[in-house]
Ligand binder design. Structure first.
Ligand code: GCU
Length: 407
């Protein structure tokens, strides 16, 4: 093959890849358009369509969430955190199926100490244990269940203290709830398959087996059941935050469960907030090859156009609740521009609920004094960061929740 031919082939491939980009939302169908029949114009019809979409996402992409377990739990202890205007509580949450104990989860609640009770709580999964959020020796420390997934340095107290920067949200009056992801399901194909097959067969719905993202969403919903039993959460809004793979799970859990009052999918990319049909940097083939245990196994044989849903419809399932998508300009893999396009394609459903977005949504750059963007029900924040979490994002989250009158 001659050099000029190679250039021509490369150009064609590049155009094929880039082609849909300028068209953005035009390439995504409206979530209000069912596969057959007229577009949805009434909220009652959307409610019906909502459950159709919820089923499709589980059947085709994530697998069916296991059935809700019976959930119990108890308070272990509580203390004030020195040097922080907050106290922590430790609880144990138990998932049961009949008499079998399925899961035992250590729940950390960090509650700001302030004159009036905090109005909102954000729950999130952490990678290697609750004690990794803060350097203090006051937090209880447990050995991770799967030590191969958390090498020695990741098990240290405060290993992720800069990343989580929890002083920032606590000072703003936000309650934080965190749990170690492996206590729900481990992020590794072999251990995950084992932990799933240890569950009783009757807990699975027939059809698509759940992957890790669905399993995590199942766990977050179970913990939500437990929070319902605690008086301190009766009047609080409870939303989910999740970074990357954990954000994919936070988004799925919120799309499926109306009891989550808001969601902040943080740098979630492919099969999070970036639509597959917009050709994200991480393709469907790539994500299912490198992370075969994240989704229902049959997804690996599909291509984006063969699926009946795409991620803008998952975002639309969050409506009418507040939705803040966080991205970093240097996080090419998570496709920040595509999550904005995907979000714009979800807006018809928010509009149906009466929210207005005059000229479509732009990203909010922290250096811009554009508070009005945050007064909208959904927002897309774009910082100069790479793939990470930090204090700056909390500032944006707090500003957004305040504008929504949640905080
Ligand atoms: C990988 C994966 C992403 C995922 C990310 C993360 O980069 O390709 O899909 O979001 O890990 O979880 O940090």
């Amino acid at each position: 093959v001659s050099f000029s031919r190679l250039i021509l082939i490369a150009l064609i491939l590049w155009l094929g890849w880039m082609g849909p980009l300028p068209l953005f939302a035009e390439t995504l169908n409206s979530p209000l358009q069912p596969i057959s029949g007229p577009p949805i114009a009434a909220l009652a019809d959307w409610e019906q369509q909502r459950s159709v979409l919820q089923n499709q996402f589980q059947a085709e992409i994530y697998g069916w969430l296991p059935q809700q377990p019976r959930v119990t739990g108890h308070f272990l202890h509580s203390a004030q955190l020195s040097g922080f205007p907050a106290r922590f509580e430790e609880h144990v949450v138990l998932f049961w199926w009949g008499k079998s104990l399925l899961r035992r989860i250590h729940l950390l609640i960090l509650a700001p100490i302030q004159a009036t009770p905090s109005k909102a709580a954000v729950m999130f999964l952490n990678k290697c244990g609750n004690h990794t959020l803060l350097k203090t020796s006051e937090l209880p420390r447990y050995l991770p269940l799967y030590q191969n997934l958390c090498p020695a340095e990741m098990r240290e107290r405060g290993w992720q203290s800069d990343y989580w920067s929890i002083a920032q949200p606590l000072l703003a009056g936000l309650t934080l709830i965190s749990l170690h992801e492996s206590e729900i399901a481990p992020d590794d194909p072999v251990n995950f398959a084992e932990s799933l097959s240890a569950l009783p067969e009757q807990i699975f719905k027939p059809g698509s087996r759940p992957g890790l993202i669905a399993a995590w969403a199942w766990g977050l919903r179970g913990v939500r059941d437990y929070l319902e039993t605690l008086p301190e959460f009766q009047d609080k809004k409870i939303g989910l935050f999740g970074h990357s793979r954990r954000g994919k799970a936070a988004l799925l859990a919120t799309a499926l469960d109306p009891r989550f009052d808001f969601v902040i999918p943080h740098q979630t990319g492919t099969l999070g907030a970036a639509a597959l049909r917009l050709h994200p940097a991480e393709s469907l083939a790539s994500i299912t090859t490198f992370f075969p245990h994240w989704f229902t196994p049959a997804l690996a044989q599909r291509w984006p156009e063969s699926l009946s849903i795409d991620q803008h419809e998952l975002l639309a399932l969050v409506a009418p609740r507040p939705l803040l998508i966080d991205e970093g300009q240097k996080d090419f893999w998570a496709s920040p521009a595509l999550s904005l396009a995907t979000l714009n394609a979800a807006l018809p459903v928010y509009r149906l609920y009466g929210f207005n977005f005059a000229q479509g949504l732009q990203s909010w750059l922290p250096e811009q004094p554009s508070q009005t963007l945050f007064e909208q029900r959904v927002a897309h924040v774009l910082t100069a960061d790479a793939h990470t979490m930090n204090r700056g994002y909390w500032q944006a989250i707090v500003a957004f929740l305040r504008a929504q009158k949640i905080l």
